[in-house]
Design a binder for this molecule. Structure first.
Ligand code: C5P
Length: 252
């Protein structure tokens, strides 16, 4: 069985595993400051395009030195050979989660899953879990139509989630509003992470398909990904505590 599925264990997830903080800032000092103020109240920090292109991938070592796991939001989307070789290199960086775009197609996802497993076996490490991004949470039906897609986001998320499963990705990314429907269609075994998380009084910024931490977990999200509501707060630690409390309530 390719990939990533092996590392997709979701039993025994602790509350602090379920909240992933997305660090989308440019300055190294600010990243390190957040690592410190978050104070290991969560297990995993997500870094993506902004951090990679501002600071380079060396930042991974610095973040890991605080004791965090890393979700590398690489959003790989290319031909299978290119993605396979890139994700193999990423696996060597010792991160726990990585993203690809499900719309890269079944062969690309499959190549990614196989490359992750092969590299992890070579290095004798646990393979990172591959999260296949379905439809970005910043897109609604009008955006998809404008881009030439026939289906709305609901159908598209389902199609892409099925593709991710067929390709052997261990997990998918969708909005908190689709998590319940996806689990109903594809079974509770599928692992789901949802960005697009906002508390009632938060600015939704550029996100369009949003919901609260409580509702995301109630809908069946295994992980929730939260960025600006935490990183742009003057009290990130307190915001995290509130979200973890909401997650606990939703699970009880
Ligand atoms: O600040 P905010 O909570 O909106 O950050 C969400 C993070 O999740 C961003 O880093 C964004 O790139 C990422 N993401 C997303 N929607 C997806 C996949 C990833 O917003 N479908």
């Amino acid at each position: 069985m390719p990939g990533s599925i092996k590392s997709g264990k979701k039993d025994n997830l602790k509350l602090k595993d379920r909240l992933i903080i997305s660090i989308d800032v440019s300055a190294k000092q600010e990243i390190l400051g957040l690592c410190s103020s978050i104070n290991n109240t969560v297990s995993t920090l997500k870094i993506g395009l902004e951090v990679i292109y501002s600071c380079g991938l060396d930042i991974i070592k610095s973040i890991k030195s605080f004791g965090y796991d890393i979700m590398l939001d690489a959003k790989l989307h290319d031909i299978p050979n290119t993605v396979s070789r890139a994700i193999s290199a990423i696996t060597g960086m010792g991160i726990s989660k990585v993203t690809v775009h499900a719309s890269g197609g079944r062969d690309m996802i499959c190549a990614a899953a196989e490359a992750v497993d092969a590299k992890a076996e070579e290095l004798n490490i646990i393979p990172p879990m591959i999260f296949a991004v379905t439809v970005l949470t910043s897109l609604d039906d009008d955006d998809l139509k404008e881009a030439g897609f026939k289906n709305g986001f609901r159908d598209s998320v389902l199609k892409l989630a099925k593709l991710a499963q067929l390709g052997g990705a261990g997990a998918i990314v969708c909005s908190p509003n689709e998590a319940g429907f996806i689990k109903k269609e594809l079974g509770s075994g599928i692992i789901i992470a949802t960005p697009g998380i906002r508390m009632q009084d938060n600015n939704i910024n550029d996100q369009k398909r949003v919901n609260t931490p409580y509702q995301a977990i109630k809908n069946g999200a295994d992980y929730i990904i939260v960025g600006r509501p935490v990183t742009q707060s003057s009290k990130p630690y307190e915001v995290i505590k509130t979200i973890i409390n909401d997650i606990e309530m939703a699970l009880s």
